[in-house]
Design a protein around this ligand. Structure first.
Ligand code: NIG
Ligand code: FE
Length: 408
């Protein structure tokens, strides 16, 4: 197996050996100066001083770095809805004109509008759109992307979305991980209660998803406008019984979701804009990752999730883009995280941890998110000599080089 030594990097932030949960100061970061990374193709073999590695591995091919670059692990975006067709620019125009969520839904907007537009797109067209968006993400250093269904909302259309995600994953170099969000809202054309709709998902949709191995994760939107906590808990319990990992859209406008997520041992509780001290304590005491979605706060013009309080209480905080046509159309994960960091006073260490190994934890992946031996060689290099430049530029400084499974 050919070994490649990449470097020297002015700084390597390995993100290794720092805690999974709680606050992190920048001086806890493990920074290697004039660093090198030895890979065997897909995996990292060793990380250390470049000259030392060159002496120890004289036969390794050298991929020379000739200017100041700071190396970080590839980002993991653990919450997106980027399998969609169409636009909701009309919703946005109404929102900035002062209309409420309910008024917009009544005027034909909201999630149902994206369901209508996405249902009209073919599986092939959807796969193309996903690849375009995933490639944009990859260029910006995001090497692993979770993608939800949830704009299909019946058996054929949910399967179409998940098949499109699978197809896109075969083309895109980024790793794509699918989640079934059939429980996004009760579809307007269903003609039954929320309870009956969830029953339909459990009986007719989830078993087909399993048979085709399209997704191993189930998400639900627990919210006044979607499903109540009791419906959510019953659905999640049954999905877990079928063998699915659980995630929850929780506490976006009203509380209730995160307590269910913690009680049922969900991998993550995402949104949390409305979480209070009670929910913060529950999350901090649990193994459920708290996922902040600053892109949704920016898209809706509402406050951010209490990221600082969550970290200080001891929670594992990840940051994801929520890339979707309705509440978070921007899709620039680093810019959103940098803005969250400025408002919530997150250190570089906390922000980068939230974008890397802590986000990987939300996906139950322990093979990525840090730069250390044995991990997948997903890495990205920024054109600067000091890692603090990255958040300082608030997302405008982009990686000049990205490696996915060792390939530049
Ligand atoms: O995460 N909150 C629910 N779902 C998405 C929004 C989807 C949409 O508006 O189309 C979210 O923000
Ligand atoms: Fe979402």
């Amino acid at each position: 197996m050919v070994q490649t030594l990449i470097g020297p990097f002015t700084q390597i932030l390995t993100l290794a050996d720092i805690p999974l949960k709680g606050a992190i100061a920048d001086d806890q970061l493990h920074i290697i100066k004039q660093g090198g990374v030895l890979t065997n193709g897909e995996r990292i073999v060793e990380v250390g001083n470049f000259e030392d590695l060159r002496k120890t591995y004289p036969k390794a091919e050298v991929e020379a770095i000739t200017n100041d670059l700071v190396l970080l692990p590839g980002f993991v975006d653990c919450h997106t809805h980027l399998c969609f067709a169409g636009t909701r620019a009309n919703d946005y125009a109404l929102r900035i004109a002062g209309k409420s969520y309910l008024e917009i839904a009544k005027a034909g907007g909201g999630i149902w509008d994206s369901v209508t537009q996405t249902r009209q797109a073919s599986e092939t067209k959807l796969a193309e759109l996903i690849v375009q968006r995933a490639n944009q993400h990859l260029k910006e250093g995001v090497t692993t992307i979770e993608i939800k269904s949830g704009y299909g909302l019946n058996v054929e259309q949910e399967l179409k979305q998940l098949r499109a995600i699978k197809k896109a994953g075969e083309t895109s170099s980024a790793d794509l991980l699918a989640t079934c969000l059939g429980a996004h809202i009760v579809p307007h054309d269903f003609g039954g209660t929320a309870e009956v709709y969830l029953e339909y998902l459990l009986s007719y949709v989830l078993p087909k998803i399993q048979a085709e191995k399209l997704a191993a994760r189930v998400d639900i939107f627990i919210e006044v406008s979607a499903f109540n906590p009791t419906e959510g808990a019953n659905y999640l319990r049954a999905a877990r019984q079928l063998g699915f990992d659980l995630v929850v859209h929780a506490d976006q406008f009203t509380t209730g979701g995160s307590a269910i997520a913690v009680e049922l041992g969900a991998l993550s509780a995402d949104h949390l804009e409305a979480s209070t001290e009670i929910e913060i304590k529950l999350l901090a005491a649990s193994d459920t990752v708290a996922v902040a979605l600053p892109g949704a706060s920016l898209g809706l013009g509402i406050g951010f999730s209490p990221a600082r309080k969550l970290l200080d209480a001891g929670a594992c905080l990840a940051i994801a883009s929520d890339w979707n046509p309705g509440s978070a159309p921007m899709g620039d994960l680093l810019m959103q995280a940098a803005i969250l960091s400025a408002y919530e006073k997150l250190s570089s260490a906390e922000t980068f941890a939230g974008l890397s190994y802590r986000a990987a934890k939300a996906l139950n992946l322990n093979d990525r998110g840090t730069i250390e031996p044995g991990k997948i060689a997903d890495m990205q290099a920024y054109p600067c000599a000091d890692y603090r430049e990255i958040l300082y530029h608030q997302g405008k400084l982009k990686p000049v080089k990205v490696w996915k499974r060792g390939r530049a």
